[in-house]
Write a protein that binds this ligand. Structure first.
Ligand code: ATP
Ligand code: MG
Length: 715
């Protein structure tokens, strides 16, 4: 036991060995919250207070869950694979699989990821003849998910205005459609589990007496429903051990509520939070920068973080000429680090938005640096993989309408849009699935094609019933004609074919808990892990991810890229102080991922949506105390003193020639205005007589000016 507890500081020790009652550990980044939580699980088991089956541990990502299992396995000899350690979604999926009857679901229910859900909504709108301009699928999706995450069903909602009334109607119709098809979306996993538990006292009692210890990491990012679910499971007698950091709350946009931390103290009768103040992760300069940044936010619960580590290296700052230049700089630095003996997997490049990975990836490929993207277009989201999985879904459950629609005519087999519409009409009128409609279709050419499709699926099901998962996947790739379709276009499809092969590998390496349910479990794993599985397992690779995806992780060296106004902080946050504070917390998360070395980079021009933009550098860079910085780029000017004085950053954007389209002005040109004084043209839009220039004025900041009215002259 001493082994387990040695090395912990007194506060950590007290948290790890906390008696069997609830607690909240509130502490800053890198103070050992996750380590404390994992060690507590090991300690509880080792001291015989609970068996591994009596633990429920919730993490934020699958990657974090795996990491926790690995660490736990290294601490004590238990079979971590069978323990209930996972994300909210993963655990609820497991729960619903075990109690599908109580949940009113087919045993083979499938999970809709966000894109599937949107497709399902689009289909619904079409079938109800609702305009998707008036009711954009995205907005309907947000409405549905927002309500589900608050635990509210359509029948509990009411509205006075016609628009909201319609949204409520769509919500109800969507749920009915999912139910008919035997599919659940992410939010539904949670809500359904919650409902099953709250309606079924005996079942709730069973789980309550089983999970004596419930532990939650990243508690600040739980939403209302998740908290309600935890409360339900914990009941009055169980101990809920939550760790979190209000300064790292970065999911408010998805309904997370920091207020849950305060509620926890009240609801569970906790006297006060346990605090950990020593940071073990980052070098002094990095921690000082993080503290300085987060201090700018109001209404914090307040924390003090210090480290025994020395100052370490200065924070490196690079203001690139362009996004391409920024990417090249990062590649060069990574190569230099590699030469100095750093491992690629200990280096991360973080960005605010997924789209930013493209320029980086391009440079990395050129530089022949292996990398892995977490988030973005992932293996299980690629077209060919989704096609193959749709066949697999149909084998498991032919009533899955989404899957059927995806591949009914892929590869092309003469089933046209009109035939599909006919099926949809029949399904609507008779309340049956598309598959059932297809089985019942009469005679004629269209029916013959449908008959062949039905036969194909039936045969696949029959032929794979005695095969293992990998053989099943391999057979369906051949028999469906999917492989042949890509082989016909080999040059274009080399990568897709490689991916399909890789899918067979993934199936072969998959170990289901219940071999009878291998296909269903595999499909669930594919949906749940879409974000975190990369193809080249085992290879040392640079880690690329959004800041959101980096939560809870740590790396020896971290690049925070794209530090520009509009990008990070994101432009959506500009008019909302709360939004800006969330962006700052995101920056705090980014900075505190670094152990030894931190790079901050920005670009003076960046391609966005096919156009060059000339952004100004992020205010977050200015919030880092200047003495911590080491400026690497010759193009970087001294830090501006205030946000109005940002002109120095824009004096020399990449040159462009004066253009007739811009009435003789050019991007990058210095101009003067009668009222606003000196400025630099950074962007333009419109054409002909109607031209507007985006100008950064030294004294007055950014302005859009209409050339028809503005009194502007070359400086
Ligand atoms: P975050 O808020 O980013 O999730 P955290 O509070 O969960 O951070 P951990 O990831 O648990 O922090 O710990 C940060 C690092 O410090 C880890 O590498 C961990 O192993 C190390 N660490 C924690 N406590 C100690 C300790 N007492 N002695 C040595 N190293 C420690
Ligand atoms: Mg952590």
């Amino acid at each position: 036991m001493s082994d387990l507890l040695s090395g912990l500081n007194p506060e950590q020790l007290s948290a790890v060995t906390w008696p069997a009652k609830s607690a909240l550990v509130l502490a800053g980044a890198g103070s050992g919250k996750t380590r404390v939580l994992t060690t507590r699980i090991a300690w509880l088991i080792q001291t015989g207070q609970v068996s591994p089956a009596g633990i429920l541990a919730v993490t934020f990502t699958n990657k974090a869950a795996r990491e926790m299992q690995t660490r736990l396995g290294a601490m004590i000899p238990v079979n971590v694979k069978t323990m209930w350690i996972g994300t909210f979604h993963g655990l609820c999926n497991r729960f619903l699989r075990a109690h599908y009857r109580d949940a009113g679901l087919p045993s083979t229910f499938q999970i809709l990821d966000s894109a599937d859900q949107q497709a399902a909504i689009k289909r619904l709108l079409k079938s109800l003849d609702v305009s998707d301009e008036k009711f954009p699928p995205r907005a309907v999706q947000n409405f549905i998910n927002g309500n589900k995450e608050s635990g509210v069903r359509a029948d509990a909602l009411s509205a006075h205005d016609a628009y909201t009334k319609k949204l409520i109607e769509l919500y109800a119709a969507y749920d009915a459609q999912c139910q008919r098809e035997g599919v659940v979306d992410f939010a539904e996993l949670l809500l359904r589990s919650y409902e099953v538990l709250s309606r079924n006292a005996a079942l709730a009692e069973h789980y309550k007496s089983r999970f004596r210890f419930i532990l939650v990491d990243e508690f600040q990012d739980t939403n209302r429903l998740q908290y309600a679910w935890l409360k339900l499971l914990a009941g009055r007698d169980n101990a809920l051990f939550a760790v979190g950091d209000d300064d790292q709350s970065i999911y408010a946009f998805r309904g997370a509520e920091v207020g849950n931390m305060r509620s926890l103290l009240v609801d569970f009768g906790i006297d006060g939070p346990v605090r950990l103040e020593q940071n073990y992760r980052s070098a002094g300069n990095i921690l000082t920068a993080a503290n300085a940044l987060i201090e700018k936010n109001d209404g914090r619960l307040g924390k003090n973080l210090w480290t025994e580590a020395g100052e370490g290296e200065p924070i490196r700052l690079y203001d690139a000429y362009s996004d391409g230049d920024e990417a090249e700089f990062i590649c060069d630095e990574v190569k230099a680090l590699q030469r100095d003996g750093w491992r690629l997997s200990d280096i991360a490049v973080l960005y605010r938005s997924n789209a930013q990975s493209r320029a980086l990836e391009h440079a990395l490929v050129n530089a022949k640096l292996p990398y892995r993207v977490y988030g973005g277009l992932r293996f299980f989201e690629r077209q060919e993989i989704k096609h193959a999985l749709a066949y697999l879904r149909l084998i498991a459950n032919p009533d899955d309408d989404n899957a059927l629609l995806r591949v009914i005519n892929i590869p092309a087999r003469g089933i046209g849009a009109r035939t599909v519409e006919g099926l949809q009409a029949a399904s609507r009128e008779q309340g049956i699935s598309l598959w059932q409609a297809a089985c019942a279709s009469g005679s004629g050419r269209a029916a013959a094609s449908l008959g062949k499709f039905v036969l194909l699926i039936d045969q696949l099901r029959a032929r794979t019933s005695t095969l293992n998962l990998a053989e099943t996947v391999s057979l369906l790739l051949d028999d469906s004609g999917l492989k042949a379709m890509y082989e016909a276009d080999k040059k274009e499809s080399e990568e897709r074919l490689a991916n399909l092969d890789e899918l067979i590998n993934a199936a072969a390496g998959f170990f289901p808990q219940d071999p009878e349910q291998a296909v269903v479990e595999f499909l669930s794993a594919a949906s749940l892990e879409a974000g975190e599985h990369q193809a080249e397992a085992g290879q040392d690779a640079l880690q690329l991810m959004t800041v959101h995806a980096a939560k809870g992780l740590e790396f020896d060296a971290v690049f925070v890229s794209g530090l520009e106004e509009g990008l990070f902080p994101h432009e959506n946050s500009f008019n909302d102080p709360k939004g800006l504070e969330e962006e700052r917390r995101l920056m705090y998360v980014a900075v505190t991922r670094a152990r030894k070395r931190l790079y901050l980079s920005s670009a003076q021009s960046r391609m966005l949506h096919g156009l060059s933009r000339y952004p100004i550098r992020s205010r977050f860079v200015d919030e880092v105390p200047g003495q911590l910085l080491h400026v690497l780029s010759a193009t970087v000017k001294p830090l501006p003193v205030s946000h109005n004085a940002r002109a120095p950053w824009l004096e020399q954007p990449p040159p462009s020639r004066p253009s007739a389209n811009l009435k003789g002005f050019a991007i990058g040109q210095s101009v003067t205005h009668a009222k606003f004084g000196l400025g630099v043209v950074i962007d333009a839009e419109g054409g002909g007589d109607d031209v507007r220039l985006h100008i950064n004025f030294a004294e007055h900041g950014l302005k859009w000016l209409d050339l028809r009215y503005a009194k502007l002259s070359a400086a």
